[in-house]
Design a protein around this ligand. Structure first.
Ligand code: SF4
Length: 532
């Protein structure tokens, strides 16, 4: 445990994130007991005059001590008047001190944010040269040249991808299917093992009369809701949301069906959901239609042919690893052979845009396992490859049962990501989106690579937060962008003149089914606000 002591409560989050990046997510506490490292942070002002903190200049002194008697200090000058600019020297000094203590250099240097490419994007928009941007990353944020270069590459790609978008008059559609064959060890998504909901359709209650309604209630009491009940509720939500007047003049440009594993549904259920979407929304402007088929054991020829027939262009078949041993350990209940077979079946069904997801840093895996996975992926030659650095999220079984897996987790390394990068380049895949997550040991990144023209722009849009997303299904989160409408209330995410508001659906499937009208009303309230 790391004991953090500050005389003023400033930059707490940045300081904690930096500590965790160096000490692999070790707990940062505010009590001395049981700690092996102490970091004292002393803010001093260069004036005695009583003025508000944020109107002063001053210093920050970091003092690092450990239980073995190590002690080092570092001081930096900061301008408290500009809170965001002051961050750079604070983080830079702390980085240098922790780097000297641990002997580690972090590829992302002092950058702790989730979207490191944003700096490159903003610089490009201001007309700064690539050399200037590279220098900014490496000398101010202390990143490696490779990270600087990939940020510039991604930022340039995004600029190109979004050149033709009309953010104000276009929107994306997301549909969540919260079922999977089993639950993966690291999963923190809304996902339920589908078998628990597969006990036959008992039909919609409305239009069946009192007797049937009572029968249904009795059956639900005995068995719980079924997948078909979920599909009924979902279709009801799709129809209601698509009927909104607010969106009648806007154009839906992308559909993403995710979850969960949508292909865990049977072919008939997939058809029902997609046909409902196609009849409810104006499909003329759809430029991208993606369905997650993440679990290879959920894929069949019949389902793929339904997807193909209904216009789905991009699917994702996710090996995560090409080791049967790891697959068993992480609870995916499919084999490497099934992944290869599913990919072959999808190609034969005519899919020419297939993504594969893989994870680096899985329990028990080292660089050699990653190289093996990459060599198998390379043989299949997907059209895009998305690599995630293992994140240990609070709700995941991996975190809950950490004691059991702790010794197996070696974490993702930059060497693994470099191996992925080399493989992706050999397949002619270029990086087009990149983000980091809080809970990745070592604070490494997730990157999407794709062949030119095979990028999934929905993936980028959810990161960039430039376009509305109408999201339906359990756990789905809709996002609404209010332009020229700042709001300083903490409830909203506000930058410059743009306000972003979210409308969340409940995650629990049973609750979603029972409270479907409330889910619709939540969005209707937002639609009313937009119309004002
Ligand atoms: S396939 Fe994805 S959504 Fe399903 S359990 Fe695994 S991580 Fe969760």
């Amino acid at each position: 445990m790391i004991y953090l002591e500050q005389n003023i409560d400033l930059y707490n989050n940045d300081i904690r994130v930096m500590l965790q990046a160096f000490f692999d997510n070790e707990k940062v506490v505010l009590t001395k007991e049981g700690t092996r490292i102490t970091l004292q942070v002393l803010f001093t002002y260069d004036t005695d005059v009583e003025v508000p903190v944020m109107q002063r200049g001053g210093y920050v002194t970091f003092t690092l001590k450990d239980v073995n008697g190590y002690e080092a200090s570092k001081t930096c000058v900061i301008d408290f008047m500009n809170k965001s600019l002051a961050k750079n020297p604070i983080k830079g000094s702390l980085y240098e001190m922790l780097s000297a203590y641990t002997g580690k250099e972090l590829p992302w240097g002092s950058l702790t944010g989730v979207r490191p490419t944003k700096i490159a994007t903003e610089c490009l928009e201001k007309g700064r040269s690539e050399d200037e941007i590279r220098k900014l990353y490496t000398s101010v944020y202390l990143t490696t040249e490779q990270k600087a270069d990939i940020c510039i590459e991604v930022a340039k790609k995004e600029q190109k991808l979004f050149a033709g978008f009309d953010y104000e008059n276009e929107y994306c559609i997301y549909v969540g299917i919260p079922f999977c064959p089993t639950r993966c060890l690291y999963c923190s998504f809304t996902s339920y093992p589908i078998a628990a909901y597969e006990h036959g359709d008992i039909g919609a209650v409305d239009d069946q009369g009192a007797e049937k309604a009572n029968q249904k209630k009795e059956k639900v009491r005995q068995q719980g809701y079924s997948v078909d009940d979920y599909i009924d509720a979902l279709c009801h939500e799709i129809e209601a949301v698509a009927g909104s007047k607010v969106y009648s003049n806007k154009r839906p440009v992308a559909i993403y069906i995710g979850g969960g594993t949508p292909s865990a549904l049977n072919a008939g259920q997939l058809r029902t959901v997609i046909e409902k979407l196609k009849s409810a929304f104006d499909m003329r402007y759809i430029r991208e239609f993606c369905v997650e088929c993440g679990r290879p054991d959920s894929i069949t020829e019949e389902k793929l042919s339904v997807l193909k027939e209904l216009g789905v262009e991009r699917i994702s078949i996710n090996p995560q690893t090409m080791s049967d041993e790891t697959l068993k350990l992480i609870g995916r209940a499919h084999t490497v052979a099934q992944t290869k077979e599913a990919f072959k079946v999808a190609r034969n069904a005519g899919f020419s845009n297939i993504n594969m997801d893989m994870i680096v840093g899985l329990p028990g895996e080292d660089i050699e396992d990653v190289r093996h996975t990459l060599s198998e992926i390379e043989k299949l030659a997907p059209d895009s490859l998305t690599v995630h650095s293992l994140a240990i999220k609070r709700a995941a079984n991996l975190n809950i049962e950490m004691e059991k897996y702790h010794s197996l987790i070696k974490g993702s390394t930059n060497e693994m990501l470099m191996a992925v990068d080399e493989c992706a380049r050999r397949l002619n895949l270029e990086p087009y989106y990149l983000y980091r997550q809080k809970n990745i040991p070592g604070k490494l990144e997730n990157i999407g690579y794709a062949k030119a023209g095979k990028e999934c722009f929905y993936n980028v849009l959810i990161m960039e937060e430039k376009m509305d997303i109408l999201a339906m299904g359990a756990g789905a989160s809709s996002k609404f962008i209010f332009r020229n409408s700042p709001d300083t209330s903490a409830k909203f995410k506000t930058t410059d003149n743009v306000r972003i508001e979210r409308v969340e659906n409940v995650k629990n499937v049973d609750q979603y089914i029972e409270r479907i009208d409330e889910m619709i009303e939540r969005k209707e309230r937002m639609f009313a606000l937009i119309s004002e």
